[in-house]
Design a protein around this ligand. Structure first.
Ligand code: THU
Length: 144
């Protein structure tokens, strides 16, 4: 195996671990109103992982998405540079049947902390996922 193949393999393992963390976080989704459970896991530039799930509310607009929970946990712990995020979503008690792409508000919030080559893994499982560059998903976003 040459170096490049080896690097690819290590890379894939990291991606799979991040997706697995998102799948695990999804277990705690609080989604009694939509029944749509989402998990997210992000990686910081120094290799830390933070996870989140969606937390719904009887006042529906007070709901917070899984991605923003993970982002808030990371920022409140002092980490503000994110190199990747994995997202898994779907109906409760079912394997995700579609790729759950981050909503517009989450893209705007992520734009604040995403590194130049931040990756977004939108996953159905650890072996079935799509990879995007964050800035490809959110070009020309608002920044101050
Ligand atoms: N949701 C997320 O957690 N992330 C997204 O990017 C889109 C939507 C949640 C919010 C709500 O609890 C449920 O999915 C249905 O919209």
């Amino acid at each position: 195996m040459d170096l490049f193949e080896n690097e690819q393999k290590i890379d894939n393992e990291e991606v799979q671990q991040l997706i697995q963390s998102a799948i695990q976080a999804r277990e705690n989704a609080y989604a009694p109103y939509s029944g749509f459970c989402v998990g997210a896991a992000l990686r910081t530039d120094n290799g830390m992982t933070f996870t989140g799930c969606n937390v719904e509310n009887a006042s529906y607009g007070a709901t917070i998405c899984a991605e923003r929970v993970a982002i808030s946990k990371a920022v409140s712990a002092g980490y503000t540079q994110f190199t990747s995020i994995a997202i898994v979503g779907g109906a409760r008690d079912e394997e995700p049947s579609a790729y759950a792409s981050p909503c517009g508000i989450c893209r705007q919030v992520l734009a604040e902390f995403a590194t130049d080559n931040c990756k977004v893994y939108v996953a159905k499982s650890i072996r079935d996922y799509k990879i995007f560059s964050f800035w490809e998903l959110y070009p020309e976003g608002f920044k101050k």
